[in-house]
Design a protein around this ligand. Structure first.
Ligand SMILES: Nc1ncnc2c1ncn2[C@@H]1O[C@H](COP(=O)(O)OP(=O)(O)O)[C@@H](O)[C@H]1O
Ligand SMILES: N[C@@H](CCOP(=O)(O)O)C(=O)O
Length: 320
């Protein structure tokens, strides 16, 4: 599931009056996704995705997310285009939630990816970073060091319920990352959640990227580290260096990494693993039993974190 807020036809039709969508033919909730409520709408003109923004999305950030999609789409990046209302606004309110309409992207996410897909992903990520360079709005990464500390403060006392020894292990990890986190790597707009379910393919060709609701300004190489974790571990949690090599080579074919970025990669991968471990742990501990959302396993990311801790240099990711 991800339909936290149910909508009815009367409210939806009222909401659509502010848009030029043509006649509503049907709508249905979309089961996939974690963060927001999504619906697929058919009108007599085109299909659309309706998103109602839920707990982790601050309404003040919507101009950044929706403006970014518009900016990237105008620069040839295949991502959803927000549909403006007749008053020019990119979102309105529906059932007490901020809500937007975005274009429907063709394609499907890969349940089983190969190295060639990782190469395409690397190319698309680097193109996105370059296209985002002149985006005028700014949004700090709320899920970087400070956000990690805040999440950990809320979860630490119960962490050992999930696995014994976690409280001390994660406290030490956080302290180390706070001490060693880079300060001067190249920055820009990053997607920050480019997991397989946010990247669509048609056949073997990448057809688009969705879900910009964690996008922010941060180190560009951190986005690559997020992808290393999300795409380069197998179901048995082993690291697939062939995929990592393909991902990084694809990225560097468009935007070569600096020596400092390459050196920082293992640390950035640790940080990225910790970030997803912490949001998953928080959700694990706070989502009520019986809730319809699928809780993601925090221990998956603990494994990745431990792997990167053992990495001595980015050469272990296949970089020559
Ligand atoms: N623009 C789009 N085009 C086609 N399908 C979409 C689009 N946006 C979202 N979806 C569908 O909705 C699902 C959940 O979207 P996502 O943005 O990942 O939600 P969440 O932010 O809640 O995690 C996707 O897996 C996809 O099936
Ligand atoms: N990718 C995150 C969860 C956020 O889900 P998404 O559907 O918004 O990508 C994770 O795996 O923890």
């Amino acid at each position: 599931m991800a339909v936290y807020t149910d909508i009815n036809e009367v409210d939806l039709k009222d909401f659509l009056q502010a848009y030029d969508t043509g006649e509503l033919l049907s709508f249905k909730g979309i089961a996939e996704g974690v963060e927001n409520s999504n619906f697929l709408l058919h009108t007599d003109r085109f299909p659309l995705i309706l998103t109602l923004y839920e707990k982790r999305v601050d309404e003040n950030d919507l101009p950044f997310y929706l403006g970014l999609m518009q900016h990237l789409a105008e620069r040839g990046i295949s991502c959803p285009l927000p549909l403006p209302r007749s008053d020019g606004a990119l979102y309105g309110q529906l059932c007490g939630r901020p809500a937007a309409l975005i274009s429907f992207l063709e394609g499907m996410w890969l349940r089983k990816s190969e190295a060639r897909h990782c190469r395409e992903l690397g190319v698309a990520l680097a193109r996105m970073h370059i296209a985002g360079q002149d985006f005028p709005l700014r949004r700090e990464n709320a899920l970087s060091l400070k956000g990690w500390v805040d999440l950990w403060d809320k979860s630490a006392a119960r962490a050992d319920e999930v696995q014994s020894g976690l409280e001390s292990e994660i406290s030490e990890e956080l302290a180390l990352l706070e001490d060693r986190w880079p300060v001067d790597l190249p920055e820009g707009v990053i997607h920050a959640d480019l997991f397989p379910d946010n990247v669509f393919f048609i056949g073997d060709t990448l057809s688009g990227v969705i879900d910009f609701y964690f996008a922010c300004n941060d180190f560009l190489a951190y986005d690559l580290a997020v992808c290393l974790n999300a795409w380069c571990f197998e179901k048995d949690r082993s690291f697939n260096v062939t995929k990592a090599k393909a991902l990084i080579e694809g990225y560097q074919s468009v935007r070569p990494l600096s020596a400092a970025e390459i050196e920082a990669l293992p640390l950035l991968a640790r940080g990225s693993a910790l970030r997803f471990f912490l949001t998953r742990l928080y959700d694990w501990l706070t989502t009520p039993e019986g809730a319809l959302v699928v809780k993601k396993d925090p221990l998956e990311y603990l494994r990745y974190l431990r792997f990167h801790r053992s990495v001595k240099s980015a050469g272990e990711y296949g970089l020559s």
